[in-house]
Write a new protein. Structure first.
Length: 309
């Protein structure tokens, strides 16, 4: 309890940059709620997943994100063994001055409940990836109050843990033509790191993006490090390891924000109490600053100089 009180004190004592405001209490509430036991690990197609959807839908409405076709809910189906599973992507948009789009994404699903004997069988997925959804909602809240230049789609993907199924469904039936999508910003695990390190992956494939991330890194209170995107590095290359890969396959530039694996990764110990609260707040600030920089300075024309895998 002493540690928790101290971390909360640090969180609220940290000064935010003058140009950015994130509601830290709401940010923590979003992660705490989505990673609670009652969400049952948010496995695709389960009751816990539906409960998480209800929470995210309510937050979309309260923020004021606009819906395509009068709905935020987009079901899709995929095969898992001999079972057909229904997933549900949730997305809406904040209109900008341009019809060209940036997609801000994070997956909300996790591994569910192991249903084995023991004191704790629920994979709560606080860092993976309630943290990404919390960041997505915080960024949406900012841009609702500060209208963007680009139109911003906020996509909460389902089925990432089942093989990027939600992202595959999104690019197969996007709400706007793929040619209108200029950039994907994906967040997956951004709340648990003891070294104050947040990685941004994608500047190897899209070198023109590095000037934006470098500028933010130079003034960020987290160590924003470009990396984990070299094809020759094998499993250390994160390009294919989260939803941004489906955008990359469509030749859409991406930046993926995440931390390196930690002892709680894909374990029942990935709980709200284990995330680094002050780091998480500052990591979301850093991602928001990158999105703001891209929104204000990135050319509208689609990037065509991607390096191949």
């Amino acid at each position: 309890m002493k540690w928790l009180c101290y971390s909360v004190f640090l969180l609220f004592a940290l000064p935010a940059p003058a140009q950015t405001f994130i509601d830290s209490a709401q940010l923590m509430k979003d992660v705490r709620t989505l990673s609670a036991d009652k969400m049952e690990g948010r496995k695709t197609g389960t009751r816990g997943s539906r409960m998480a959807q209800f929470y995210i839908l309510d937050r979309f409405k309260k923020i004021g994100i606009s819906a395509y076709h009068n709905t935020y809910e987009y079901p899709f189906y995929f095969q898992e063994g001999d079972k057909k599973i229904m997933g549900t992507n949730l997305y809406g948009y904040i209109p900008g001055k341009l019809s060209t789009v940036m997609v801000i994404s994070a997956h909300y699903d996790h591994l569910g409940n192991s249903k084995t004997s023991g004191a704790d069988t629920i994979f709560n997925g606080a860092d993976d990836n309630a943290s990404g959804i919390g960041g997505l909602l915080a960024i949406a809240s900012y841009f609702k109050k500060h209208p963007p230049r680009y139109t911003l789609i906020f996509a909460a993907f389902d089925g990432e843990e089942e093989g990027l199924q939600g992202a595959k469904a999104f690019v197969a039936q996007p709400p706007v033509p793929l040619t209108q999508i200029r950039q994907n910003i994906n967040m997956d695990m951004i709340a648990h790191n003891d070294k104050n390190e947040l990685y941004v992956c994608g500047t190897q494939q899209f070198p023109d993006l590095k000037k934006y991330t470098d500028e933010v890194a130079s003034r960020s209170s987290v160590k924003l490090i470009a990396g984990h995107d070299k094809p020759e590095s094998g499993t250390d290359d994160w390009t294919k390891q989260s939803d941004q890969y489906e955008f990359f396959k469509q030749k859409i530039p991406f930046l993926y924000f995440g931390v390196e694996d930690h002892p709680d990764y894909h374990r029942v110990t990935d709980e709200y109490s284990r995330i680094n609260h002050s780091f998480y707040y500052r990591a979301v600030q850093a991602v928001l600053e990158v999105v703001k920089k891209l929104d204000s300075d990135m050319p509208e024309n689609k990037y065509s100089g991607a390096r191949t895998m």
